[in-house]
Design a protein. Structure first.
Length: 112
């Protein structure tokens, strides 16, 4: 569903599979459940929040745990964020780079 040139105020909006262009979201809760990804182009977000549920929330927990697992996990996450910023993530599977820690371990500790 393509939604264009609309203003949403004080609403809870299910984002699943929708496309928003030139819309304004004011004081809204934008809900993403991990299903088909929404797309956004030239929108305005004013005092609105994104709410993650189901698989989307579990993915955020996973990424947070990976980031906090040690130097290697942090490095993998920072590279992934850079890839997102530079639009380098495409397709159904994404492969990250190996951490540059001495033993290529996500924890950053050296095996003995």
């Amino acid at each position: 569903m393509n939604i264009m040139n609309q203003t949403f105020e004080y609403q809870r909006i299910d984002l699943h599979g929708k496309s928003y262009q030139n819309c304004s979201f004011q004081h809204c809760e934008l809900v993403y459940d991990g299903g088909r990804s929404p797309t956004f182009s030239d929108n305005e977000f004013i005092d609105s929040v994104f709410v993650f549920s189901g698989p989307a929330l579990r993915t955020l927990y996973f990424l947070g745990n990976l980031y906090n697992s040690g130097d290697g996990g942090r490095e993998v996450m920072e590279q992934t964020i850079d890839d997102l910023k530079n639009r380098k993530i495409h397709g159904h599977e994404v492969r990250t780079t190996k951490p540059s820690t001495e033993d290529r371990n996500l924890s950053g500790s050296t095996l003995q």
